[in-house]
Design a protein around this ligand. Structure first.
Ligand code: NAD
Length: 346
């Protein structure tokens, strides 16, 4: 069979542009994908990862940038979606590489605005910032804590899930998988709302510290997905929801911050068929992006009220999915794509 060409992939997923970049002096190699700028500049972090192959990095950039378009459109932000991925390797000269990457971002003249993602340190963003102003660096006190904003957004989505599933939040048992920057905030916010919290983290010290702080329980990391609970909040890695794990879930709701929780879109239907209400990740975890975009693009002093609207969006998506007997993932995606199509081409 003839292999699929690059342009065929772009047209299948609806991308505007993909840039392959390299800088031999620093060892920089990667892809920058702009999925859509119809609603505004493409927002998307830069990810540094040791990819098993170049095509895997390319596909990651395509998939993640499209998810950013869905996220910004659902969040009603005047922004689109993009993403950059850099192939990590032992000879990468980090500071020079990120500065070279910054020059590529600068060359796009504001069509793409970047920030942190997996594998990125503060010093990397400082290096990007030496070449471009189109980068968020999270060292501005006025911006606030992005992890906290993301967690607050997840808590609003979960509130809507509880409402749709007729579960009282007070006394509901919530298992949080991963209590890093977002999960720890989520534990605090939900404990304050009266939920009973159980946490699991590969870092046992961290899990104990958070559990003690919120009066919760610690689960071993391998039990997080199968523990009986009202809601499971994946706040660690992507790909946690697959045919094997979905069959063993004992949660009534899945609502967390982790990106790309579904291993394939078909997993959303598997969850629906098991009667598990799934909060699409790009809807539930948009709090950080909402704060970043409102601060950078709109100059807003705070975004707490905007985050509350995640509750209404989640409820709308849950009701749409029930009405069409489909998945919440499909309902959220069709809402987001309709918003993108309705935008005037800029
Ligand atoms: P983090 O690195 O601060 O925390 C992740 C935690 O998960 C760590 O404590 C780690 O030890 C733990 N962990 C990893 N694998 C685990 C496993 N198998 N079982 C249990 N614990 C495990 O990351 P974060 O910033 O809190 O982000 C968490 C997730 O949310 C990521 O998927 C991220 O992409 C996504 N996300 C984060 C933000 C944000 O604002 N930080 C925004 C949107 C989405």
């Amino acid at each position: 069979m003839r292999p699929v060409t690059v342009l065929e992939r772009l047209s299948a997923l609806g991308h505007e542009q993909v840039i392959a970049f390299q800088d031999p002096r620093s060892g920089l190699r990667g892809f920058l994908a702009i999925h859509s700028t119809r609603r505004g500049p493409a927002l998307g972090g830069v990810r540094l990862l040791r990819y098993p192959s170049e095509p895997r990095a390319f596909e990651d950039a395509l998939r993640l940038s499209r998810a950013m378009t869905l996220k910004t459109a659902l969040a009603e932000l005047p922004a689109g979606g993009g993403k950059a991925v850099i192939l990590d390797h032992p000879r990468l000269k980090r500071a020079a590489a990120f500065e070279a990457f910054g020059r590529i971002v600068e060359g796009l003249g504001g069509r793409f605005h970047t920030g942190p993602d997996v594998g990125i340190r503060a010093a990397d963003l400082e290096a990007v910032g030496r070449a471009t102003s189109h980068v968020s660096r999270e060292r501005d006190a006025r911006l606030g804590d992005i992890g906290q904003h993301t967690a607050m957004g997840v808590s609003h989505a979960l509130r809507a899930c509880f409402e749709h599933a007729h579960i009282a939040p007070r006394g509901a048992r919530v298992v949080i998988q991963g209590v890093g920057s977002v999960g720890a905030w989520l534990a605090r916010i939900l404990a304050e709302a009266g939920c009973r919290i159980a946490v699991a983290d590969l870092n046992a010290v961290r899990a104990r510290r958070v559990a003690r702080e919120v009066g919760g329980e610690v689960l071993s990391a391998d039990r997080a997905l199968t523990a009986a609970c009202d809601a499971l909040a994946p706040c660690a890695l992507g790909g946690v929801l697959n045919p094997r794990t979905i069959a063993r879930l004992k949660a009534r709701i899945v609502c967390g911050a982790a990106n790309n929780q579904l291993s394939t879109p078909g997993d959303a239907l598997r969850l629906a068929r098991r009667g598990i209400l799934y909060a699409p990740d790009y809807l539930a975890n948009a709090g950080g992006v909402i704060r970043g975009a409102e601060y950078e693009l709109l100059g807003r002093a705070q975004s707490w009220r905007s985050l509350e609207r995640i509750h209404d969006r989640m409820l709308q998506v849950a009701r749409l999915a029930s009405r069409h007997r489909g998945s919440t993932h499909a309902a959220a995606e069709s809402l987001a794509l309709a918003r993108v199509r309705a935008a005037r081409v800029r």
